[in-house]
Design a protein around this ligand. Structure first.
Ligand code: THU
Length: 126
């Protein structure tokens, strides 16, 4: 699958975002090494800190279905800047792979690509 195709899946996933507070929809498409793709969207909550980001939604869906070998994630958000994963999501994804690719889109559909280890060089671990 091309990066653009994975990003299109992330965009489609963003349509399910539950965002009554920020009104900022995010979609994620997480591809595992066997080609399986798990989608996610952000799910907000009146207790704002209980909000779950799109990336962690997708990661929890993958792990709970027995998939931990993350290869690539596309993140769709229509902001002025690229929709980068937040710090919590970087740490969460890095638990499973720091070698994965991270594609981050902005309004208009342009995207940038990183290795997770570039975005999260020193993860917490013990
Ligand atoms: N959000 C994500 O879904 N992923 C991120 O990595 C950063 C932020 C969501 C959380 C919240 O619903 C909205 O974007 C605004 O912060």
């Amino acid at each position: 699958m091309t990066d653009r195709e994975l990003m299109d899946i992330a965009e489609a996933a963003s349509k399910n975002a539950y965002v009554p507070y920020s009104h900022f929809a995010v979609g994620a498409a997480l591809e595992c090494s066997d080609g399986t793709v798990f989608t996610g969207c952000n799910v907000e909550n009146a207790a704002l800190g209980s909000t779950i980001c799109a990336e962690r939604t997708a990661a929890c869906k993958a792990v709970s279905e027995g998939h931990r070998d993350f290869a690539r994630i596309a993140i769709w958000g229509e902001g002025q800047g690229y929709c980068m994963p937040c710090g919590a999501c970087r740490q969460f994804l890095a638990e499973f792979s720091t070698d994965m690719e991270v594609l981050c889109a902005k309004a208009g559909g342009r995207y940038v690509s990183y290795k997770l280890r570039e975005l999260m060089p020193h993860t917490f671990n013990y």
